[in-house]
Design a protein around this ligand. Structure first.
Ligand SMILES: Cc1cc2nc3c(=O)[nH]c(=O)nc-3n(C[C@H](O)[C@H](O)[C@H](O)COP(=O)(O)OP(=O)(O)OC[C@H]3O[C@@H](n4cnc5c(N)ncnc54)[C@H](O)[C@@H]3O)c2cc1C
Length: 423
């Protein structure tokens, strides 16, 4: 809470606002002090941003803590450890329980030879203590977290180098979406290094050098390591209490959040199911409903909507394009570039698209991808369709505001409608 979702999205809000200012020239906005067509006199005050980020995260955390206390929950501070499947030790305190829910989360993976020092070599947890914007930031790891921070710091004014071990950034995400992002990032001046696996990171006098496996190096003033997450599951008595872990240390759970130990449930990042706040919360609710004996729907991951808070954002729900291309799912696909949308043209948004997938014959919507500003909000229409098993005809007959970006969702559905055949 204090160092992951809330602070990163708060910091990203600043970067998106700054980028909008940088892009405003194409809409006829001029800044005093700037040369014609350029932005003058805009910079990000990082200490102020970090202060805002920390205050907001603290306030959010305090709200939740207050709510728990108000609901009658006793909060015991300290590191918990299972003595057995019904007993938790926290320091000298021993708590007996009918049900235990494990929600210990995960921590940034540390690459041997690239240990963070909190000053120049950083994990994302240490970013908010920086007292000035990194002049030249190297981001190692181009998954979702790396892509979000690389874009945000580039927009804030850092010169960013993104070190990606794979052919392209965000290898697990929609390939078309990743391609759009990579193009935007390069245009904004980011150095995106594909097929570049970092081997170690060393501090120099007032900077860092990242050495790649092929011997090349990248130099910067700071290095942010975003190379994955390790579950917080070791050394807290889980296996001794009969809680089975998988080979990566994640807690094995079934669809109602039960672990292998009787009465012990687990939720969130420590299960490694889908590392999203929304999924963690749902796993937790399911665990509580299940232990209370209420009717409970098992966790359904096929309808989880998720977003990557890059600029433009990437939001997805339902089946992926990769599943369709591999033949695992049979579906029709339509992709509308954002540049075909009237509102996008007016707002000078050209980077992005809307993709919709539906079952052949029945036209039931199976999923979609939105790459656009505020895609995280736009995806809801597709999510409702996927969750409710709506057809392309039903979406095609739905009114969208004109002009609006969401109009591209109804238009995509119209493109997927089956031609009417006459006998
Ligand atoms: C940079 C970043 C950005 C993200 N952005 C998003 C986003 O935009 N949207 C989204 O949905 N998700 C996002 N996520 C993922 C999201 O933050 C996690 O999925 C979510 O926080 C998982 O919740 P959790 O309760 O499982 O774990 P956590 O939030 O990590 O909480 C686990 C807690 O347990 C504590 N703990 C660990 N071990 C013990 C112990 N033995 N005893 C007592 N306490 C212990 C930890 O200190 C921690 O406070 C982001 C993650 C990161 C890192």
């Amino acid at each position: 809470m204090l160092t992951d979702c809330v602070p990163s999205k708060t910091m990203i809000a600043t970067s998106v606002r700054k980028q909008a200012l940088m892009d405003a020239a194409s809409l006829g906005v001029r800044f005093d002090g700037g040369a014609d067509g350029e932005v003058g006199g805009v910079h990000v005050d990082l200490p102020l941003v970090n202060q805002r980020v920390k205050e907001l995260a603290q306030a959010q955390s305090a709200d939740i803590a207050a709510r728990l206390v108000a609901e009658g929950v006793e909060v015991v501070r300290g590191t918990g450890r299972l003595r057995d499947h019904r007993t938790v030790e926290v320091g000298d305190r021993v708590v007996e329980a009918d049900t235990v829910i494990l929600a210990t989360g995960a921590t940034p993976r540390i690459l041997p030879g690239a240990e963070p020092d909190g000053e120049r070599i950083l994990t994302w947890r240490q970013l908010y203590d920086l007292d000035e914007l990194p002049e030249r930031l190297i981001v190692v790891g181009s998954g979702v977290t790396g892509a979000e921070f690389a874009g945000a710091y580039q927009s804030c004014g850092s010169q960013v180098t993104l070190v990606s071990s794979r052919d392209r950034m965000m290898p697990n995400e929609d390939a078309d979406a990743a391609e759009v992002l990579e193009e935007v990032y390069r245009r904004r001046g980011m150095d995106v290094m594909g097929r570049s696996r970092a081997q170690y990171v060393k501090r120099t006098g007032d900077g860092v050098v990242v050495t790649l496996e092929d011997g090349r190096t990248a130099e910067g003033t700071h290095c942010l390591m975003t190379v994955g997450m390790i579950p917080n599951t070791r050394g807290i008595g889980l296996e001794e209490a009969g809680v089975r872990l998988d080979r990566n240390g994640f807690i094995e759970v079934d669809k109602v959040s039960r672990t292998s130990a009787p009465g012990v449930y687990a939720a969130g990042d420590c299960t490694g199911i889908l590392m999203l706040a929304s999924v963690a919360a749902m796993q937790g609710r399911i665990a509580v409903w299940h232990t209370l004996g209420e009717a409970v729907q098992p966790l359904r991951l096929g309808t989880v909507a998720s977003a990557i808070f890059t600029d433009p954002e990437i939001a997805t729900v339902g089946v992926s394009h990769r599943q369709i291309e591999s033949g695992e799912v049979e579906a029709n696909v339509v992709k509308l570039p954002l540049g075909t949308n009237a509102r996008a043209k007016m707002q000078a948004f050209d980077d992005g698209f809307i993709k919709l997938f539906c079952r052949p014959h029945t036209g039931i919507i199976l999923g979609g991808v939105v790459v656009a500003p505020r895609a995280s909000e736009l995806i809801l229409g597709v999510s409702v369709a996927v969750q409710q098993r709506l057809t392309v005809d039903q979406i095609a007959h739905t009114f969208a505001v004109y002009p609006s970006l969401s109009g591209s969702i109804t238009e995509a559905a119209r493109r997927l409608m089956q031609p009417i055949t006459t006998i």
